[in-house]
Design a binder for this molecule. Structure first.
Ligand SMILES: CC(C)(COP(=O)(O)OP(=O)(O)OC[C@H]1O[C@@H](n2cnc3c(N)ncnc32)[C@H](O)[C@@H]1OP(=O)(O)O)[C@@H](O)C(=O)NCCC(=O)NCCS
Length: 182
């Protein structure tokens, strides 16, 4: 499928909740949730806007009417994270023809956790990676998200204790995970 045609996607989760592509006007609410959950690690609204502009197809929201329940982002890159020295800004930039799909920023409002919202967001990201013909999906998980990524078919490549060392409350036990798609 041509990459430009994947924009504006929407999937119902249940009668109240849907997973859909982010829109420019959503970014203020995204920034509010981002900063509430990630505190000192939270991206600014400008960072979120940049994320949105470089790869809008990979920016998914979980919404119930006007309420934002969660979101997830991704980028394409030409670097296999398995072979890279990771730092907190990996991947450095979006490479539109990149073969590696890097998922990041998975966040669900604490009031709506354990209802399958992250599972649905991740399923959309994995489906997108498959449609784009990517070779691998890679990400940095933590102790909270690792079980759900394992259920989605990703495996741990290695511990990444060098990452977020000052923020263990927000990123406990970081690990590099991947799913090989082809
Ligand atoms: C991690 C997070 C995104 C999970 O969101 P969620 O919507 O509650 O997750 P889901 O309901 O889709 O969970 C799906 C499965 O993942 C596993 N899971 C989710 N949260 C878990 C937790 N805190 N502990 C253990 N397993 C968990 C469970 O197997 C769950 O299935 P179950 O509820 O049927 O047992 C959410 O806790 C969050 O936003 N945390 C703070 C930000 C963060 O750390 N993000 C991860 C970045 S890598």
């Amino acid at each position: 499928m041509p990459r430009a045609e994947l924009y504006l996607h929407s999937v119902p989760v249940n009668t109240n909740t849907e997973i859909r592509s982010a829109r420019m006007e959503d970014l203020e609410k995204v920034a509010q949730l981002e900063n509430r959950v990630w505190r000192e690690l939270g991206a600014s609204q400008d960072d979120l806007r940049r994320r949105f502009f470089v790869f809008p197809q990979g920016f998914f929201l979980a919404v119930a009417g006007p309420d934002l329940l969660g979101f997830c982002c991704s980028l394409l890159t030409d670097t296999d994270a398995r072979l890279a020295a990771l730092n907190e800004t990996f991947p450095p930039r979006h490479i539109p023809r990149g073969d590696y799909f890097f998922l990041f920023g998975l966040t669900v409002d604490p009031l709506f956790r354990r209802k399958g919202i992250a599972r649905h967001l991740v399923a959309e990201e994995l489906a997108l990676a498959g449609k784009l013909g990517c070779r691998k999906v890679q990400l940095i998980a933590n102790a909270l998200s690792r079980p759900l990524f394992e259920k989605a078919g990703l495996s741990v490549v290695r511990a990444s204790d060098e990452l977020f060392a000052q923020h263990r409350d927000l990123m406990p036990e970081p690990v590099l995970m991947e799913k090989v798609l082809k």
